[in-house]
Ligand binder design. Structure first.
Ligand code: ZN
Length: 247
Protein backbone atom coordinates (compact mmCIF):
# COMPACT_ATOMS: atom_id res chain seq x y z
CA UNK A 1 0.00 0.00 0.00
CA UNK A 2 1.28 3.47 -0.88
CA UNK A 3 0.08 6.55 0.99
CA UNK A 4 -0.57 9.88 -0.72
CA UNK A 5 0.26 12.12 2.25
CA UNK A 6 -0.99 15.36 0.67
CA UNK A 7 -3.97 15.42 -1.70
CA UNK A 8 -6.68 18.09 -2.05
CA UNK A 9 -9.47 15.57 -2.66
CA UNK A 10 -12.13 18.25 -2.10
CA UNK A 11 -10.83 20.29 -5.06
CA UNK A 12 -11.32 17.59 -7.74
CA UNK A 13 -14.64 17.83 -9.61
CA UNK A 14 -15.45 14.22 -8.61
CA UNK A 15 -13.66 13.27 -5.37
CA UNK A 16 -15.33 9.86 -5.09
CA UNK A 17 -14.14 8.82 -8.57
CA UNK A 18 -10.57 9.87 -7.64
CA UNK A 19 -10.77 7.85 -4.41
CA UNK A 20 -12.07 4.79 -6.26
CA UNK A 21 -9.20 4.99 -8.74
CA UNK A 22 -6.75 5.41 -5.85
CA UNK A 23 -8.15 2.31 -4.19
CA UNK A 24 -7.81 0.30 -7.41
CA UNK A 25 -4.14 1.43 -7.64
CA UNK A 26 -3.46 0.39 -4.02
CA UNK A 27 -3.07 3.98 -2.80
CA UNK A 28 -4.46 5.34 0.46
CA UNK A 29 -5.03 9.08 0.65
CA UNK A 30 -4.53 11.83 3.23
CA UNK A 31 -7.20 14.37 2.23
CA UNK A 32 -5.76 17.69 3.37
CA UNK A 33 -8.00 20.75 3.70
CA UNK A 34 -7.25 24.47 3.57
CA UNK A 35 -9.46 25.65 6.44
CA UNK A 36 -11.65 24.11 9.17
CA UNK A 37 -14.88 24.91 7.28
CA UNK A 38 -13.74 22.88 4.29
CA UNK A 39 -12.69 20.06 6.62
CA UNK A 40 -16.21 19.94 8.04
CA UNK A 41 -17.77 19.83 4.58
CA UNK A 42 -15.45 17.07 3.41
CA UNK A 43 -16.01 15.00 6.56
CA UNK A 44 -19.76 15.19 5.98
CA UNK A 45 -19.40 14.41 2.30
CA UNK A 46 -17.10 11.39 2.67
CA UNK A 47 -18.10 9.97 6.03
CA UNK A 48 -15.90 7.14 7.26
CA UNK A 49 -14.44 5.05 4.48
CA UNK A 50 -11.47 2.78 4.03
CA UNK A 51 -8.24 4.12 2.65
CA UNK A 52 -8.84 7.79 3.41
CA UNK A 53 -7.40 9.83 6.27
CA UNK A 54 -8.79 13.32 6.84
CA UNK A 55 -6.47 16.26 7.43
CA UNK A 56 -7.58 19.50 9.06
CA UNK A 57 -5.60 22.57 8.12
CA UNK A 58 -5.29 26.31 7.81
CA UNK A 59 -3.36 27.08 4.63
CA UNK A 60 -0.88 29.95 5.10
CA UNK A 61 -2.51 31.88 2.22
CA UNK A 62 -5.86 31.62 4.05
CA UNK A 63 -4.58 33.15 7.27
CA UNK A 64 -6.43 36.39 8.09
CA UNK A 65 -6.76 38.60 11.15
CA UNK A 66 -9.46 36.08 12.22
CA UNK A 67 -6.93 33.28 12.59
CA UNK A 68 -7.67 32.86 16.35
CA UNK A 69 -11.27 31.99 15.54
CA UNK A 70 -10.10 29.57 12.81
CA UNK A 71 -7.64 27.87 15.17
CA UNK A 72 -10.39 27.50 17.80
CA UNK A 73 -12.52 25.72 15.23
CA UNK A 74 -9.54 23.62 14.19
CA UNK A 75 -8.95 22.60 17.82
CA UNK A 76 -12.57 21.62 18.30
CA UNK A 77 -12.66 19.51 15.12
CA UNK A 78 -9.20 18.00 15.65
CA UNK A 79 -10.44 14.77 17.32
CA UNK A 80 -12.15 13.88 14.01
CA UNK A 81 -8.96 14.37 11.97
CA UNK A 82 -6.16 11.86 11.39
CA UNK A 83 -3.62 14.41 10.14
CA UNK A 84 -3.01 18.15 10.44
CA UNK A 85 -2.64 19.88 7.08
CA UNK A 86 -2.31 21.87 5.06
CA UNK A 87 -0.53 24.31 7.35
CA UNK A 88 2.76 26.21 7.21
CA UNK A 89 4.27 29.44 5.96
CA UNK A 90 4.34 31.07 2.51
CA UNK A 91 6.62 34.07 2.00
CA UNK A 92 6.41 33.95 -1.80
CA UNK A 93 4.83 36.89 -3.65
CA UNK A 94 1.30 35.73 -2.81
CA UNK A 95 1.99 35.49 0.92
CA UNK A 96 4.34 38.43 1.48
CA UNK A 97 1.58 40.77 2.68
CA UNK A 98 0.44 38.41 5.47
CA UNK A 99 3.90 37.23 6.56
CA UNK A 100 3.62 38.49 10.16
CA UNK A 101 0.10 37.09 10.61
CA UNK A 102 1.14 33.72 9.19
CA UNK A 103 4.03 33.50 11.65
CA UNK A 104 1.69 34.30 14.57
CA UNK A 105 -0.87 31.75 13.40
CA UNK A 106 1.77 29.03 12.85
CA UNK A 107 3.22 29.65 16.32
CA UNK A 108 -0.27 29.46 17.83
CA UNK A 109 -1.01 26.24 15.93
CA UNK A 110 2.18 24.57 17.11
CA UNK A 111 1.33 25.56 20.69
CA UNK A 112 -1.80 23.39 20.61
CA UNK A 113 -0.72 20.17 22.31
CA UNK A 114 -3.27 17.98 20.47
CA UNK A 115 -1.81 19.17 17.12
CA UNK A 116 1.53 17.64 18.07
CA UNK A 117 -0.09 14.20 18.43
CA UNK A 118 -0.90 13.99 14.72
CA UNK A 119 1.38 13.93 11.70
CA UNK A 120 1.58 17.37 10.09
CA UNK A 121 1.97 18.07 6.37
CA UNK A 122 3.65 21.43 5.97
CA UNK A 123 3.83 24.05 3.20
CA UNK A 124 7.00 26.17 3.20
CA UNK A 125 7.22 28.03 -0.15
CA UNK A 126 9.70 30.88 0.08
CA UNK A 127 9.82 30.39 3.87
CA UNK A 128 11.81 27.17 4.07
CA UNK A 129 14.38 28.35 6.60
CA UNK A 130 11.80 29.86 8.98
CA UNK A 131 9.49 26.85 8.66
CA UNK A 132 12.22 24.28 9.30
CA UNK A 133 13.67 26.28 12.21
CA UNK A 134 10.27 26.54 13.86
CA UNK A 135 9.45 22.84 13.34
CA UNK A 136 12.80 21.79 14.78
CA UNK A 137 12.08 23.78 17.94
CA UNK A 138 8.90 21.76 18.43
CA UNK A 139 8.52 18.08 19.18
CA UNK A 140 6.46 17.40 16.08
CA UNK A 141 6.23 14.68 13.43
CA UNK A 142 6.26 16.84 10.31
CA UNK A 143 6.43 16.17 6.58
CA UNK A 144 7.72 18.99 4.37
CA UNK A 145 5.44 18.87 1.36
CA UNK A 146 6.74 19.83 -2.13
CA UNK A 147 9.89 21.34 -0.66
CA UNK A 148 11.57 23.82 -3.02
CA UNK A 149 14.15 25.40 -0.71
CA UNK A 150 17.91 25.09 -0.56
CA UNK A 151 19.85 21.88 -0.11
CA UNK A 152 21.49 23.34 3.02
CA UNK A 153 18.13 23.84 4.77
CA UNK A 154 16.98 20.40 3.59
CA UNK A 155 20.07 18.86 5.21
CA UNK A 156 19.27 20.68 8.45
CA UNK A 157 15.71 19.29 8.28
CA UNK A 158 17.00 15.74 7.74
CA UNK A 159 19.37 16.03 10.69
CA UNK A 160 16.47 17.20 12.85
CA UNK A 161 14.34 14.20 11.82
CA UNK A 162 11.85 15.91 9.50
CA UNK A 163 10.31 14.07 6.56
CA UNK A 164 9.83 15.01 2.90
CA UNK A 165 6.96 14.10 0.58
CA UNK A 166 7.72 13.74 -3.13
CA UNK A 167 5.13 14.28 -5.87
CA UNK A 168 4.82 13.60 -9.63
CA UNK A 169 5.71 17.22 -10.53
CA UNK A 170 8.95 17.04 -8.51
CA UNK A 171 10.25 13.98 -10.35
CA UNK A 172 9.93 15.92 -13.62
CA UNK A 173 11.75 18.98 -12.29
CA UNK A 174 15.49 19.18 -12.91
CA UNK A 175 15.78 21.51 -9.92
CA UNK A 176 14.31 18.91 -7.59
CA UNK A 177 16.76 16.27 -8.88
CA UNK A 178 19.57 17.41 -6.58
CA UNK A 179 17.19 17.45 -3.63
CA UNK A 180 15.98 13.89 -4.30
CA UNK A 181 19.59 12.71 -4.36
CA UNK A 182 20.30 14.55 -1.10
CA UNK A 183 17.41 13.34 1.09
CA UNK A 184 18.16 9.91 2.57
CA UNK A 185 15.56 7.34 1.39
CA UNK A 186 14.55 6.80 5.05
CA UNK A 187 13.08 10.33 5.18
CA UNK A 188 10.88 10.09 2.07
CA UNK A 189 7.14 9.52 1.70
CA UNK A 190 4.89 10.28 -1.27
CA UNK A 191 2.24 12.87 -2.15
CA UNK A 192 0.42 14.23 -5.19
CA UNK A 193 -0.68 17.73 -4.10
CA UNK A 194 -3.37 16.99 -6.66
CA UNK A 195 -5.17 18.52 -8.36
CA UNK A 196 -2.83 21.55 -7.99
CA UNK A 197 0.30 19.66 -9.04
CA UNK A 198 0.22 18.48 -12.62
CA UNK A 199 1.37 15.27 -14.20
CA UNK A 200 1.55 14.68 -17.99
CA UNK A 201 -0.48 17.83 -18.72
CA UNK A 202 -3.38 16.98 -16.36
CA UNK A 203 -3.97 17.26 -12.61
CA UNK A 204 -1.92 14.75 -10.61
CA UNK A 205 -3.84 11.90 -9.14
CA UNK A 206 -3.18 9.44 -6.24
CA UNK A 207 -3.05 6.63 -8.82
CA UNK A 208 0.15 8.32 -10.18
CA UNK A 209 2.13 7.33 -7.06
CA UNK A 210 3.43 3.94 -8.27
CA UNK A 211 5.25 5.86 -11.05
CA UNK A 212 6.80 8.20 -8.45
CA UNK A 213 8.03 5.17 -6.49
CA UNK A 214 9.50 3.78 -9.69
CA UNK A 215 11.37 7.04 -10.34
CA UNK A 216 12.73 7.06 -6.78
CA UNK A 217 13.98 3.49 -7.28
CA UNK A 218 16.15 4.87 -10.10
CA UNK A 219 17.41 7.80 -8.01
CA UNK A 220 18.23 5.49 -5.10
CA UNK A 221 19.81 2.82 -7.31
CA UNK A 222 17.45 0.16 -5.94
CA UNK A 223 15.28 -2.43 -7.65
CA UNK A 224 11.62 -1.35 -7.81
CA UNK A 225 10.56 -3.85 -5.13
CA UNK A 226 13.22 -2.64 -2.71
CA UNK A 227 12.20 1.01 -3.23
CA UNK A 228 8.55 0.12 -2.59
CA UNK A 229 9.56 -1.76 0.56
CA UNK A 230 11.57 1.27 1.73
CA UNK A 231 8.60 3.60 1.21
CA UNK A 232 6.21 1.17 2.95
CA UNK A 233 8.57 0.92 5.90
CA UNK A 234 8.83 4.74 6.05
CA UNK A 235 5.03 5.05 6.09
CA UNK A 236 4.89 2.59 9.00
CA UNK A 237 7.66 4.37 10.92
CA UNK A 238 5.94 7.71 10.42
CA UNK A 239 2.68 6.30 11.84
CA UNK A 240 4.50 4.62 14.74
CA UNK A 241 6.22 7.85 15.83
CA UNK A 242 2.97 9.49 16.84
CA UNK A 243 2.14 10.04 20.46
CA UNK A 244 -1.02 8.26 21.64
CA UNK A 245 -3.97 10.48 22.63
CA UNK A 246 -3.48 9.58 26.28
CA UNK A 247 0.18 10.74 26.41
ZN1 ZN B 1 -1.28 21.45 -1.03
Amino acid sequence: MLLDTHCHIDVYPDPIAVLNQAKAAGVHVVAVTEDPGRFRLLRTRLGRRDGIHLGIGLHPLRVTTHYCRDLDRLSRLLPDADWVGEVGLDFSKGGAATKALQVEAFEALLAIDAVLRKPITVHSRGAERDTVTRLLQTNVVAVLHWYTGSIAVAEQAVTGGLWFSVNPAMIRSSRAGGLLRTIPPRHVVLETDGPYARCAGRPAHPADLPAVAEHLAGVWGLPRGAALAQIASNQQRLAAMLRPESA
